[in-house]
Design a protein around this ligand. Sequence first.
Ligand code: MOS
Length: 727
Amino acid sequence: MSEYQMNEKHAGMALDRGVQGVLGQPISRIDGLAKVTGTATYGLEHRIDNLAYGVAITAPIGKGRVTAIDTEAARRMPGVIDIIAGEASIPRETPVFGQKSAHGYDGKVESYGEIVGVAIADCFEAARAAAMAVVVTCVAEPGRFDIRDGEADAESPPEGALLPDTVIGDIDKAMGEAEVTLDVTYTTPPQVHAAMEPHGTIASWEGDRLTIRAPVQIVGGAIPVIAATLGIVAENIRVLTPYIGGGFGGKTMSADIILAAVAAKRTGRTVKVPLSRQQIFHVTYGRSDTIQRVRLGADRAGKLSAVGQDSLVGQKAGASQFFEPVALGAVALYAGANRSFTTRTAQVNLTARGPVRAPGEAVGMIGMECAMDEMAAKLGLDPIAFRKANEPEVDPSTGSPFSSRRLIECYDEGARRFGWADRRKRREGDWLIGHGMATASRVNFLAKSAARVRLGADGRALIETDMTDLGTGTYTILAQVAGESLGLPIGSVDVHLGDSDFPTGAGSGGSFGAASSASSVALACEDVVVELARRMGADPADMTLKDGHAISGNRRVSLAELVGGSPIEGMGTIQPGSTGQAFSQSTHGAHFAEIGVNAVTGEIRVRRMLAVFDCGRVLNHKTARSQAIGGMIWGIGYALHEHAVVDTRTGAYVNRDLAEYHVPTNADVPQIEAYFVEEIDRHANPVGAKGLGEAGISGAAAVVANAIHDACGVRVRDFPITADKLL
Ligand code: MOS
């Protein structure tokens, strides 16, 4: 019994038989050269003749009504083609993942900087000048610009939510009876994606057919939203997104796609609409701030009897049912009979809140893992020993078995590599040196994914799927999966991604992309292998594929010869099975950090970070490591830097650019190491990999906080931890 349907084919058989030896190898990105030489063309970079430019016009209030939009002066400016404003076709903001269509302009403003129109001109500068010359008159109303304003009428998760409330036993009673208790509140601030590549779209129409060039993480998910918003059929939409410069959840859909399509239709031109960095902060969705109450109750030996994480988060009124699932990482992490993991969502007039890198764990594991550190100290236990004492046999919230869980090995391997047992809290001049550890946990998903693999007469394989590569390495790992399955060096595999004309892949998101799309490619290869065996007159199980040849008994025939004049095509589809709850699936890991805190200034310096992850099969050790350390670096940012500061008079972000919204720079990132304990997770999917991308950030901010506490004795519960909070 497993979470996926076996597709009647022996899922993963081709991979298991593989002797090519390319899967898992630390191969550099096959798209890397194109990217570093600038020949990889990103969405906004296409050179198209006679292009027109659109710039969004926005409302300067956080809550209220638009009473007038004066476009007269702007229309008379040089180069201006048209100004579309105050019409229902204008999307007020980016639809959040799960929202069926964009909210059209209706005169209302529910968050700062909502879009009210678009200025279209022959060049970008003219469009921008025209957009700024449009006078948008508004009447502001009092809004809710802090989640606490909405606490009184906050709502519980809707039916069918990703993270339903889990309440088991009686946590209040257990806390009353426990020998040692901790009841603390952690808070995290609003955060944004701020991908290096900005959002932006080039849209063109040929009759009824619309072509969109834009960074889109999940093509199959975006097309129905574009269709519903524009009132056209999905079959008439083609999305091209072969290269994406970072997504982090923020590029599932965006308002510029609709603006560009509307502007192109109206003007009969191909129109490019880039969002400015400031607009990206305000009209694409971000992460809610969170207030997390963590409760732990244990006996003196450290056995937990009560474990809870109850949170308040925010969502823009009417935006979506998405809420930050704070407890997603902690709900299945530690044993304890009495449990409470709940979320309440306050309605606010802030930029819509949607999925941002590791929704839930990225911020939720701050509260839980810092609280575990506090509790270990109260109990006088080593933080690893305390965690090990509460390692569950089965998922403690559902009773389901784990598909795989090698967290104890992550602790042991990490402790050994880091030198945990020999750590020494000390002072070096003005620097107080401390150490910490924290657990990583990220839920593992499988998404429906299809891929086509064609083996041609030249013996080369071609993979086609609308799966995307955000910079994560998808091109490379899919080539490795096909190479391993078909016995081809990866130089003989071509990978075409990000075109909606191809079979609908999983897309990139929620760390499900690699395993889901790789599974569909492996299954498509299975088709090809079966046909190769038929042509060879061999049993597929007795045939070996290596270096472009099929070997059976004493015969060795090249794949090109077997293909001859009739290319072999395979189709693979994977989808979550009906037995979805059979196994509890997560990637786990253990983080370690050494930190210096300046005793005079409060300056915090991360000196080294190390983590070990259990993520099932590793498809490519180089791209996997990059994902892991990328997440860990983001954790430094969540611990020390990131905070989208809301002006509580207007609901605007004060620091709405990358100069003021601080993220780690090279100087902030120390020696950093990531390792894996590998296991093929047979229950997860045909390739046996679990999601890794978002596991790196889970617990990574907490380990920094725990080491800061060890260094200087100050426990900061309000993130980010800035120097002023230590002094
Ligand atoms: Mo994910 S929220 O698509 O990084």
